[in-house]
Structures are given as structure tokens and as C-alpha cells.
Design a binder for this molecule. Structure first.
Ligand SMILES: C[S@@+](CC[C@H](N)C(=O)[O-])C[C@H]1O[C@@H](n2cnc3c(N)ncnc32)[C@H](O)[C@@H]1O
Length: 502
């Protein structure tokens, strides 16, 4: 098909959820970076660009009934799937628009939209043509209000530099060997693997590429096609993205990958000394990107950032509430960071996690968790490390119970996603307390759906039979354990966070 300006349009993208697009996560990123947060808790307008099948927009709409949510994608199949889910869940505050971002800013539909408080875009910028990127910038300029926040993820340089040959080879050979783009990706990767075996030097000499290829079995052909078969895919330098968005008067705030806002975690002392020689954030980010080799960035911008002093920032952080998003007994204090392994101090984080195991708590209270011994009171470190390691999530409306729209959407998501072919997708259940999605596995979502239908899963065998019919015995065993854990450990968390009735 040729209508996509080089973007893959002959197969649909897999549905997925990305926590970096959640309002509470963006608020935490802003506060960690010392920028005031200006988005109202009620009545905000959330706009998503390139929404795919719309899971992110749907959970934000369901979890914030007073918000207006608008989500745009040019693929009619994506928009149809998202609208069907919205209908099934009875959501009336979300609109999915089938529109091309290259010229949407100039359309009557754009003119009719209110200013946006938050704009997010995951997996679009570095995959689309310069014309589409320019359209995104004009839309941000026209529609993001002063003080509003933008999130933009993109494939980054120099992280991808050693893998550029891989993409070009996969795309060019794939185009010649197959018709449909998922098959093209598969055919292209077969050629690539053969060339690796034949010791093609540009493919074997890059450690990151070798490691990446080792994990390739985790990705679906659909994902690989949308990742590598686009005509305009081009990873970007952070400073080029900052320059482009400055046309919309956006200022870079920091990273939505929260640990990246702690240079002491990612970089060695020698690297940090060089980083600290520079005062401007673009050069600092360049040094960081060169040291960390990030392949994906989640950048957060504000239109008119208001910088806070350390005391104001810490006071705002102390008021934020955190919740565990994994069972307490799975929390680990030794975490992998770019510079190696980092150990979170047991004397402090042990009691903090014990307190969180009882339920969501404010950062200020966690800093004084009974028995916690800290060398200094550091709300940014506590909030940043627990959420940055994906073990906790920031809460938007502490204590909010599941609303009807949340329950209906979760039932619909469980029906739609609870299938064997989705098992590896990153998904979420809508959460009234998080004001977005509670990140979880497809198994967790399936079990939540069963609980909503009144099935307590005393015997999980029928669940294993439904979800795991295509799996071999060993993997069915793993699935059984995962479903039992979901029933016993995740359901209480989902109830606590207003994804299910308490
Ligand atoms: C890699 S997918 C990411 C989808 C979604 N954000 C997610 O992460 O699941 C990129 C999306 O951008 C959409 N897209 C590509 N070019 C576009 C354009 N010119 N206008 C609107 N949407 C576009 C595609 O249809 C696709 O859904």
C-alpha cells in the first residue's frame, strides 16, 4: 500500500500500554527535574498523537471521567479497533480521529479542538517522514497550551549507530523477498542472520547489535515490521529533536525514563566529571547518550517551564503518593543500571517497601517509614528510584475507587487482550487511583477479567486451558504459576488502586 508516506500500513500495529505516557508519571518526571507541574486534576484535555490501537488513550479516558481525551492515528484499522473498545466500555469522553499528522494542524478538526494540557506520542517521531514530524511540531505549536506538557519518544543516536546497517539490510532485502511487511521483516532478518553466520564484519563487530539479536525471539513479526520496515525510519540526536520542538516553544525538561535523571546511577565517576563540565542540558544529554548508548528516549517537554528551587521541588515531591505495582515479595533492592548493578540501601528501602506493602503512601510519610535509616532525607531519590526501577508507580488520585467506566473498560480489555497470542504484550488495567493504566501482564488482565465476571479461580486449570492451549507442557506450567500469582498477589494490588471493586 502506498498511502502511508513510507510508513507500514498493510498490517496493524500490536496494542500496548506505556507508563511513560501517564499524567502522574509525567508529573513525577517534571518534579524530579525541578519544573512546576501545571495540569489540573479535573477537566484537562489529553491529546495523543499516533495512538495505534488506543490502549493508552482509553485507560486515561476511563480513569479520568472529567477529562477530554483525543487520540489521532492515520490507520483506519487502528482507529476502528480503538473506537470499538471505547463503545464496548461506554466511554463518552474519548474521541479517536483518523487523520494524517502531516497536515492535521491545518484542518477544521484541529481548529475545533480545545488547547491540550498534555500531549503524548510514543513510537512515532523517528519512524515517520520529515513532513509528518513538521506537522507534529505545527500541531504542538497550535494546540499545546502555555504550561502544558509534551512527551515524545524516539529512537536515539548514537545508541543506534552500530545497528544502522542492520535496519537497512533487513528493509532492503525484505522488500525484495516478500510481499506483506511482517513477512518482509522475517525474510530480511533471515538474511541478516545468515550474514552474521558468514561473519559480515559490520554485523559481528558491534556488541550491542549482537546482544539485541540474541533477544529478537521476544518480538512479534508485526512489531519488527513497524520498527524496521518504514521508509523514513531514522534515529535522531536529542539536540535535533530539541531544536525541532523549540519551533513550538517547547523546552526540554528531562527524561521520562526516570533513572536517566540520576546521572550518578548511569555514569561512572569519570564520565560524570566530563558531563558536569557543561552547564547546558543539550551537551549534558549528548555526553549521557554517548556514555549510556540509549536506543530509545522518552523526552519530556513543557511549553514555558517554570523552574523550582530545591526546597519547593522537595516539598512537592513529598506530597506525591506512590504505590507498589508488583507484589512486595518481588521487589528487589539490587537493580541493574547503565553503569552496572546498584544496591538500594536495605536499612532504608527495606522498611519503605514494608510500608508500601500495606498500601499507597505519600513520599513524605515513606521517608519516615518506621525503622528506616537514611543518611539524608532525599524525596527525589526515593520517588525516582522506586518508580524508575518499575517497582512502584505514582498515584494521581489516592484512594479513588473503581468507577463504572474503569470496570467496563477493564472487562473489555480483558476480553480483547486475554488471548495466547498477546501473552508478551505490555498491557495495563485502567486505574482510577493512577489516573491512567496499572501496568500488568496479559495474564494479570485476564485474571482481572475473570474476577469481574465473578470467577475467583479456585482452580486455575480452566484458565490455563483458555490462555495456554497453544503452549507446550513446560510453558503451561509457567503460565499456571503466573496465573496463580496474578490471582493471589496482583488482584489485591488491582483492587487497592481502583482497577477492580475493593
Ligand atoms: C509504532 S506505532 C506506535 C503506536 C502507539 N503509539 C503505541 O506505542 O502502541 C506508530 C503509529 O503511528 C501511526 N502513524 C504513522 N504515521 C502517521 C501519520 N502520518 N499520521 C498519523 N498517524 C501516523 C501508525 O499508524 C502507528 O499506529
Amino acid at each position: 500500500m502506498s498511502w502511508g508516506d513510507g510508513y507500514v500500513t498493510d498490517i496493524n500495529y500490536d496494542a500496548g500500554y506505556y507508563r511513560e505516557q501517564s499524567p502522574a508519571h509525567l508529573r513525577l518526571a517534571c518534579l524530579l527535574c525541578g519544573v512546576a507541574w501545571d495540569v489540573p486534576e479535573e477537566g484537562a484535555h489529553y491529546l495523543e498523537l499516533g495512538c495505534g490501537q488506543g490502549m493508552g488513550a482509553l485507560v486515561v479516558a476511563a480513569a479520568n471521567p472529567s477529562w477530554r481525551v483525543t487520540a489521532i492515528d492515520f490507520h483506519p484499522a487502528h482507529i476502528a479497533a480503538a473506537r470499538a473498545l471505547a463503545r464496548e466500555a461506554g466511554l463518552t469522553n474519548v474521541t479517536f480521529l483518523e487523520a494524517d499528522l502531516s497536515d492535521f494542524a491545518e484542518s477544521a478538526a484541529a481548529a475545533a479542538l480545545p488547547e491540550a494540557d498534555i500531549v503524548t506520542s510514543h513510537g512515532v517521531w523517528s519512524w515517520v517522514s520529515p513532513t509528518v514530524r513538521a506537522g507534529i511540531v505545527r500541531l504542538l505549536r497550535a494546540k499545546l497550551r502555555a504550561g502544558g506538557v509534551a512527551h515524545l519518544s524516539y529512537n536515539a543516536l548514537p545508541g543506534w549507530q552500530g545497528m544502522l546497517a542492520m535496519q537497512r539490510l533487513v528493509r532492503e532485502t525484505g522488500l525484495r523477498l516478500a510481499q506483506r511487511s511482517d513477512r518482509q521483516a522475517q525474510a530480511g532478518f533471515e538474511v541478516l542472520h545468515e550474514l552474521v553466520k558468514a561473519e559480515a564484519s559490520t554485523l559481528t563487530g558491534d556488541a550491542r547489535l549482537t546482544a539485541w539479536l540474541r533477544g529478537i525471539g521476544n518480538y512479534s513479526a508485526t512489531y519488527l515490521a513497524h520498527e524496521f520496515m518504514n521508509g523514513h525510519w531514522s534515529p535522531c540526536w536529542h539536540s535535533d529533536v530539541v531544536a525541532a520542538l523549540s519551533e513550538a516553544r517547547l523546552e526540554f525538561v528531562g527524561s521520562g525514563m526516570l533513572l536517566d535523571n540520576f546521572p550518578e546511577l548511569g555514569m561512572t565517576a569519570a564520565q560524570r566529571a566530563i558531563y558536569e563540565r557543561f552547564e547546558d542540558s543539550q551537551t549534558r544529554e549528548l555526553v549521557k547518550d554517548v556514555c549510556l548508548g540509549r536506543t530509545l528516549r522518552h523526552d519530556v517537554f513543557v511549553r514555558g517551564a517554570r523552574r523550582m528551587g530545591a526546597a519547593g521541588r522537595d516539598a512537592a515531591l513529598r506530597e506525591l503518593t506512590l504505590a507498589l505495582c508488583i507484589p512486595a515479595d518481588r521487589v528487589v533492592l539490587e537493580v541493574q543500571v547503565a553503569a552496572g548493578k546498584a544496591q538500594l540501601a536495605k536499612e532504608f528501602y527495606g522498611p519503605v517497601v514494608r510500608m508500601l506493602a500495606e498500601g499507597p503512601a505519600a513520599v513524605g510519610a515513606l521517608l519516615k517509614a518506621p525503622g528506616a535509616v537514611a543518611t539524608k532525607e532525599n524525596p527525589a531519590e526515593l520517588a525516582g528510584l522506586l518508580t524508575g526501577t518499575r517497582q512502584a508507580v505514582p498515584v494521581w488520585r489516592p484512594g479513588a475507587p473503581a468507577s463504572d467506566s474503569v470496570l467496563r473498560l477493564n472487562a473489555a480489555l480483558a476480553r480483547r487482550m486475554g488471548a495466547a497470542e498477546n501473552l508478551s504484550r505490555p498491557v495495563a488495567a485502567a486505574s482510577a487511583a493512577l489516573g491512567a493504566g496499572m501496568p500488568c501482564s496479559v495474564g494479570d488482565l485476564f485474571v482481572a477479567g475473570r474476577a469481574l465476571a465473578g470467577d475467583d479461580g479456585a482452580d486455575v486449570a480452566p484458565w490455563v486451558a483458555t490462555l495456554g492451549s497453544a503452549l507446550d507442557e513446560e510453558n503451561q506450567g509457567r503460565l499456571r504459576e503466573a496465573l496463580e500469582r496474578a490471582r493471589d498477589q496482583m488482584l489485591p494490588l488491582l483492587r487497592q488502586l481502583g482497577c477492580l471493586p475493593a
